[in-house]
Write a protein that binds this ligand. Structure first.
Ligand SMILES: *[C@@H]1O[C@H](CO)[C@@H](O)[C@H](O)[C@H]1NC(C)=O
Ligand SMILES: *[C@@H]1O[C@H](CO)[C@@H](O)[C@H](O)[C@H]1NC(C)=O
Ligand SMILES: *[C@@H]1O[C@H](CO)[C@@H](O)[C@H](O)[C@H]1NC(C)=O
Ligand SMILES: *[C@@H]1O[C@H](CO)[C@@H](O)[C@H](O)[C@H]1NC(C)=O
Ligand SMILES: *[C@@H]1O[C@H](CO)[C@@H](O)[C@H](O)[C@H]1NC(C)=O
Ligand SMILES: *[C@@H]1O[C@H](CO)[C@@H](O)[C@H](O)[C@H]1NC(C)=O
Length: 451
């Protein structure tokens, strides 16, 4: 054990980041495939079940829009290894990212898309991105922002259904699904089912993201259970649904949809849904779009009227004031003052740079902050200080999410897990690469017997 710990610390600082992740990706995310993921500008903290702890990947290089990330060194099979992965991330909307990982699934890491490599491996695009054709994707929902990403469930789901689950559970349509009460929320009644539907104990799932795949609709739903174990109950479920013969049929798969998944077929531990609607509640699009147009028009007209009135009032006020001031300067002001409170006049003789002196003062919506060097910082007070960008403030100490120290990931890796890994050693795909690399070397160095 001491050996392992020493190993972790001595080899810890081998990686050196050469790229950064998008600013918007920074923070704590709930991933569809892998629990919590914490990004900062250079690192992503990624729970990798098989290693018994989190791996902390550092952005290592980029290729096109893809990031190659490399983990810290950890003990593996009585040696040392690193994990690599290759992914891209695209912002679907505020608080929602789509993540595609182009590293093939690894049996030794619960089929997560990472690859173990030896510490001496040169991490190239080819090593890390060994499944560029992968179309399976994951979602990242910003922690605490579920309400931002909740959508109306796709039309195929908008109804009150009775259903049979996985052919052998709640047969004869004795299960139920209600989506009309709240068309963003699926509420299952699985009292009569032998298996809970959609890997949810409570049966309440929020629609988050939906896209068409041929004639089917692929929809990611977010389980509202307080906790999920990601083995029986999952935070995310992906459904592939379709209308067929007056019924709605579909399949479910935990976490994400599989590329091979259709509305009638899915690999284990997936399941099938076969539903019939007693009522549908699809909003009539023509009506709703007319209503929307009316609201938009009303708001626009109001805005225009208000703007015109404001301009007229403003013009007359300004005119009256100017005339008055030309005649006699207002009392109580220094002789140099124009009487217009548009400058930080109290700051004029403190020797600050010119640009700072000429900053506009906006007392109604600004806050004057002060940092440790007594520089004054002008920021919009409506923003939380953590979210102020460089454009909004002259100088601001940006607090970095520094409370996430790098944990030795395998501190809690016990002997049984190690031996489990060891037994499966032949299945390790990283080893394939390793032996390939060695094979090359061996060809050259057979006679010198370097190994
Ligand atoms: C990012 O996270 C890593 C690991 O958690 C940490 O070592 C690093 O200092 C962090 N970087 C910043 C800029 O906060
Ligand atoms: C995510 O945010 C919620 C509040 O919205 C909080 O209760 C929860 O602890 C957070 N999760 C983590 C892992 O910090
Ligand atoms: C399902 O319905 C059929 C026909 O109505 C009936 O024969 C069968 O017993 C029912 N199965 C169950 C489990 O109720
Ligand atoms: C759920 O279904 C059962 C019958 O299977 C029914 O008795 C119960 O009232 C239903 N619960 C709700 C909340 O509708
Ligand atoms: C559905 O049934 C199949 C076998 O028919 C099984 O492999 C699968 O695990 C079941 N799914 C669920 C969620 O129970
Ligand atoms: C769904 O259930 C209906 C009625 O029991 C049945 O006719 C149909 O074949 C089922 N569809 C699938 C895809 O299992």
């Amino acid at each position: 054990m001491l050996f392992l710990v020493l190993g972790i610390f001595s080899l810890f600082s081998l990686t050196d980041g050469t790229c950064t992740f998008p600013t918007q990706l920074e923070g704590l995310w709930t991933s569809s495939h892998n629990g919590d993921m914490t990004f900062n500008s250079t690192h992503v903290d990624y729970p990798v079940g098989a290693t018994g702890g989190n791996l902390i990947f550092e952005c290592y290089s980029t290729t096109g829009t893809k990031y190659i990330a490399k983990s810290q060194v950890f003990p593996l099979f009585s040696s040392f290894a690193m994990a690599v992965m290759c992914f891209d991330a695209s912002l679907l909307k505020t608080s929602l990212y789509q993540m595609n990982i182009y590293t093939s699934k690894l049996a030794d890491a619960n089929y997560q898309r990472i690859k173990y490599v030896t510490t001496s491996t040169t991490v190239t695009d080819a090593v890390a991105c060994d499944d560029n054709a992968n179309t399976e994707f994951h979602l990242l929902v910003k922690n605490g922002s579920l309400s931002d990403v909740t959508i109306q469930c796709p039309d195929v789901l908008l109804g009150s259904f009775t259903l049979t689950f996985n052919e052998t559970s709640c047969v004869n349509d004795t299960g139920a699904l209600e989506v009309c009460d709240d068309n963003t929320l699926m509420t299952f009644n699985h009292t009569a089912c032998s298996t809970k539907i959609a890997y949810s104990d409570g049966g309440n799932l929020q629609c988050v993201y939906s896209s068409a795949v041929g004639s089917a609709q692929r929809v990611h739903v977010y389980n509202l259970d307080t906790t999920t174990d990601e083995s029986t109950y999952y935070r995310f479920t992906c459904l592939m649904l379709e209308s067929s013969g007056g019924r709605v049929i579909g399949t479910q798969h935990p976490q994400d949809c599989l590329s091979t998944q259709t509305s009638t077929s899915v690999d284990s531990p997936g399941g099938t849904l076969n539903m019939t609607a007693s009522q549908t509640c699809v909003p009539t699009t023509s009506q709703s779009s007319v209503a929307t147009a009316a609201i938009v028009a009303g708001v626009l007209v109001t805005l225009v009227v208000l703007t015109v009135v404001g301009l007229i009032i403003g013009y007359f006020c300004w005119k009256a004031k100017c005339k008055k001031e030309k005649v006699e300067p207002r009392k109580g002001l220094p002789p140099t003052s124009t009487g217009m409170p548009s400058f930080l006049s109290h700051h004029m003789d403190s020797g600050k740079p010119q640009g700072f002196q000429s900053m506009k003062r906006e007392p109604s919506n600004s806050t004057l902050l002060s940092d440790s060097r007594a520089n004054l910082i002008l920021t919009p007070s409506t923003l939380h200080p953590n979210y102020i960008s460089k454009h909004d403030a002259l100088e601001i100490p940006v607090p970095l999410d520094a409370n996430k120290g790098i944990l030795p990931p395998l501190g809690n890796l016990d002997g049984s897990q190690l031996s489990l890994l060891h037994n499966d050693e032949t299945a390790m795909t990283g080893r394939k690469h390793q032996s390939k690399g060695h094979a090359k070397k061996k060809k050259k160095g057979t006679k010198t017997k370097k190994h």
